[in-house]
Design a protein around this ligand. Structure first.
Ligand code: NAP
Length: 490
């Protein structure tokens, strides 16, 4: 396997282990004990990240030694990390995911024995494949005016291609038969639409897998009504964040929800849950999510037999129900975290009566070019510009002012929109306007191309009368408008 780089020289594979914050060390300790007891050839390299590191004054929450260890081992088993309050502003979790370009967040959920939910008996067994680094979570935010905030939703063809291929490859590796793409492409045609278009294109390369698109809000609705219809769901970052928390709840909640952050170089395995500080150090929480994350890790390392051994022991323990944690039976009578882990160790080598572990194959990591410009256009032309202006004037006042400004220029004011709805020229609508206007200028001669000098002149003219915050060039790519119309714009 080309992914795994680090061996201890004694036949063992080295894994970076980060105990994390709150309940993290208890969960990680349980998983480590079970893996060691199963005789898996793994050597742990313990490193720190999270709250203790922030307190040392390291703003990222991830020290150099941890980064160096991950660069070497390429595989991490991680406890939850507290997001700092008062120690800087970035989450160490997100930092780790981004630093190592773990672009796929894979969250399997499966009905488990002895974990009774309203869905028990329906055979839920699905995986959410969430894009993990782009979208609104790229974290590019600006205050445009004192009262108007903006977050950039960044979706790339490369990011879409990687996550879509990952979803199809995962389906193949796990013997699954269908992949749904969940998107909001009906509203966000360029960004969410890019995922849908990429999915439809790449699906053709996987004729053995049934592919379908579903609008993400209906996906949420269908997941609550009939979750058993889904096999693999691939989606953008924020949609996936929400959908995968929903799917965790279908099978018993956060105590049972594992996840993998997979990149082509590094993979980080962790529970979906956080540090649950109120349970920290009490030896009461459910470590199953971290243990099942470790099972995903073993498969990633190619240790399929060991992964099945541990997963079967978890299933036997849950099926027999001799040790159930407090989140299932109540904290006054639940088994301790360590007793539960010991029960799993005692059950290593046993098979559950009514449950089966899937037959997994090695996941083939998608190979997409390293070149930054994956898509090359045949032709492109700038045909206008959107200038975003802050103004306390009315739409009519602003419109007249801008028309005066460009009266003798090569550009004309096509329209003004407010929060996406056209408000000038007036269309008799009831838009509740704020002081943030998108003013769309296009060339009077539609055959021409807008030159930067014309744009700079326009900005100088606009700024003599108004405050502008930013601009977006209006491009035509391969003869098609590479921007959307405002609501109500013709
Ligand atoms: P949380 O730690 O996931 O805990 C929320 C609730 O979920 C707990 O109070 C508990 O519910 C239940 N729960 C979570 N893990 C459980 C387990 N293993 N066994 C049983 N029950 C479990 O979410 P949070 O309180 O919103 O976040 C706490 C901190 O964790 C924050 O600093 C957050 O930023 C961080 N966080 C980190 C990660 C990560 O590292 N990947 C992920 C999420 C959050 P009951 O109260 O109902 O018993």
């Amino acid at each position: 396997m080309d992914f795994y780089k680090s061996s201890a020289g004694n036949g063992k594979k080295i894994v970076t282990v980060i105990p994390g914050d709150g309940i993290g060390p208890e969960c990680i300790n349980a998983a480590r004990r079970i893996i060691d007891a199963a005789g898996v050839p793994v050597e742990w390299e313990e490193r720190q990240a999270g709250a203790s590191v922030f307190r040392q004054g390291i703003a990222s929450g991830v020290p150099h030694e941890t980064i160096a260890s991950i660069q070497k081992t390429r595989v991490v088993l991680k406890g939850p990390l507290e997001t700092p309050v008062g120690y800087g502003e970035k989450s160490a979790n997100v930092t780790l995911r981004k630093l190592f370009e773990t672009y796929a967040n894979i969250r399997p959920v499966r009905e488990l024995p002895g974990v009774v939910t309203p869905y028990s008996g329906r055979g839920i067994d699905l995986v959410v494949v969430r894009e993990n680094v782009e979208d609104l979570y790229a974290g590019i935010e600006h205050m445009q005016t004192p009262g108007v905030a903006q977050c950039l939703k960044l979706i790339t063809r490369k990011g879409c291609e990687k996550i879509v291929r990952m979803a199809f490859e995962l389906a193949r590796a796990e013997g699954r038969t269908g992949v749904h793409c969940a998107s909001k492409s009906n509203i966000m045609k360029l960004t969410e639409g890019m995922l849908k278009r990429t999915f439809e294109e790449i699906a053709k390369e996987y004729p053995d897998i049934e592919a379908g698109h579903i609008i993400v809000d209906n996906c949420a609705h269908q997941l609550v009504r009939r979750p058993e219809q889904f096999d693999v769901i691939v989606t953008t970052n924020m949609n996936g964040d929400i959908i995968s928390d929903l799917t965790s709840a279908l099978v018993g909640g956060l105590g049972f929800a594992p996840s993998a952050n997979i990149g082509n170089d590094v993979a980080i395995f962790e529970a979906v849950h956080g540090s649950a500080p109120k349970y920290a150090g009490r030896n009461v929480i459910n470590p199953t999510a971290v243990i099942l994350s470790a099972v995903q890790m073993l498969r990633h390392l190619g240790e399929f037999a060991s992964a099945a051994l541990v997963e079967n022991a978890v299933l036997v323990t849950l099926e027999e129900g001799k040790a159930r944690t407090g989140d299932i039976v109540g904290y006054d009578r639940g088994a301790s975290t360590s007793t539960y882990a010991e029960m799993i160790i005692a059950n290593l080598g046993r098979q559950p009566k009514n449950w089966q572990v899937r037959d997994y194959k090695q996941l083939k990591l998608p190979q997409v070019t390293a070149a930054p410009d994956l898509v090359k256009a045949g032709s492109r032309r700038v045909i206008g510009v959107d200038v975003f202006v802050e103004s306390g004037q009315s739409a009519a006042e602003l419109g007249h002012s801008l028309e005066q400004i460009v009266a003798a220029s090569a550009l004309r004011l096509k329209m003004i929109s407010n929060r996406g709805t056209k408000v000038y020229p007036a269309a008799g609508t009831f838009t509740d306007c704020v002081d943030h206007w998108r003013c769309r200028f296009v060339l009077r001669d539609e055959r021409e191309e807008l030159k930067d000098e014309q744009l700079f002149l326009l900005l100088a003219q606009v700024s003599a009368r108004h405050r502008w915050m930013h601009i977006e060039k209006l491009q035509e790519i391969d003869g098609e408008a590479a921007f959307t119309m405002a609501q109500g714009e013709d």
